[in-house]
Design a binder for this molecule. Sequence first.
Ligand SMILES: Cc1cc2nc3c(=O)[nH]c(=O)nc-3n(C[C@H](O)[C@H](O)[C@H](O)COP(=O)(O)O)c2cc1C
Length: 356
Amino acid sequence: MPHAFHLARPLIFRMDAERAHRATISVLKSGLLPARRFVDPALETNVAGLSFLNPLGMAAGFDKNAEVPGALLGLGFGFVEVGTLTPRAQEGNPKPRIFRLKADRAVINRLGFNNDGIDRAIKRLRRRAYRAPGGEMIGGRGRIGVNVGANKHSSDRIADYVMGVEKAAGVADYLTVNISSPNTPGLRELQSRDALSELLTRTLAARGGRDIPLFVKVAPDLSDGDVADIADVARQSGVSGIIISNTTTDRPAHLKSRQREEEGGLSGRPLTAPALARLKEFRQAVGPDLPLIGVGGISNADDAYARIRAGASLIQLYTAMVYEGPGLPNRILKGLAAHLKADGFQCVADAVGADL
Ligand SMILES: Cc1cc2nc3c(=O)[nH]c(=O)nc-3n(C[C@H](O)[C@H](O)[C@H](O)COP(=O)(O)O)c2cc1C
C-alpha cells in the first residue's frame, strides 16, 4: 500500500518516533496490511545451510519482542531477525530515545536494549508468530533469526549470551550474537580479540549439539586492526557468518538535521557508504567462503544489489522502512530480480562477490 503510506506519512512523522513505531507494530498485528509477497525463483538462495525465499531480511530492532514476524514476512521479507533479547526484561534508556533526521533520511537511537526478556519472546515464537495476517502459514519457508544480547547490569555478560543461545536454539532458524550496540556501555569491547574468542567459543558450544547457524553482528566503527582480528577469530571459531553492520557512533560532517547532536547510533542513508566499505574490508579479510550479511543504509534495489556484488550473501534493512513504508521490501525484490536478469545471473548466489 505505497499510496496509503505516503498519504499517512506526514501524520506519522508528527508523532514521536517511538510512538509511531508502536503504532506501526499495532497495524502489523491487526492484519490490516494484506500479505503480498513478490516471488521469483532467481531470488531463492541458500546460506549457512538454510534455504531463503529471497535474500532480504528485516534487521534486528524493529520487532524486538517477536510480536509481528509473520506479518513482516507477509510484506515480502525472506527473513526476520527478532531481538535484541536479553535474559531479563529491561526498560532501556529514558525517553525520548529515537530521533528522525528527516533531511538526512536517517535515525539516531539510544534505546539501550529495551525488551520483554527472552522468555516472553520465545513463547510468542512457539505460539503463532509464524502465521501472517490472513492465515497464510509461512513457517518453514520464511526464516526467523533470534538476536541475543546482555543485560545492562549483568555481572557476566558472556553468560547472558550463552543463556540466550541456549533458550533460543530450539525455536530459531539462526542466532545472532549482537556485540555492537553503542547504547550499552562497554558492550562493544566484546569485539576485541580475546573477549570475542571466548564469547564465540562459549556461544557456539551453547547450541547443545544443534546444527543451527550462529552469526556475529559487528559495529561499523572499527580500525583496520579490529577488522583483521575479528575476521581471524570468526574464521577460527567456526561461526556461520558476520553481520556488517550495526549503527554508527560517527557523525559525518554532511548531516543537515539538528538532531545530529543526539547521542546514540546513527542508521539510514549516512551509513550506506561506510557499511558498504566495511563489508568489502571484511570480504577481503575473511576470504571468499565465510558468509557475510550486509546491512546499513540499504533503501533501494541499487543499494541491495551493490551490497550483494560486494560480497553479501544476505542483506537486511530497518531505517528505510521508516521513510519508504511497507511496500519497500517488494519494490527492492522486484528491482533486484531485474538487476540479476539484466546482468545475466541465474540466481543471487552467482552475483555474490561479483565485484571482487
Ligand atoms: C530504532 C532502532 C533500533 C535498533 N535495535 C537494534 C537491536 O536491538 N539489535 C541490533 O542488533 N540492531 C539494532 N538496530 C540496528 C539495525 O539492526 C541495523 O543494523 C542498523 O540500523 C543499520 O541498518 P539500517 O540503516 O537499514 O537501519 C536498531 C536500529 C534502529 C534504527
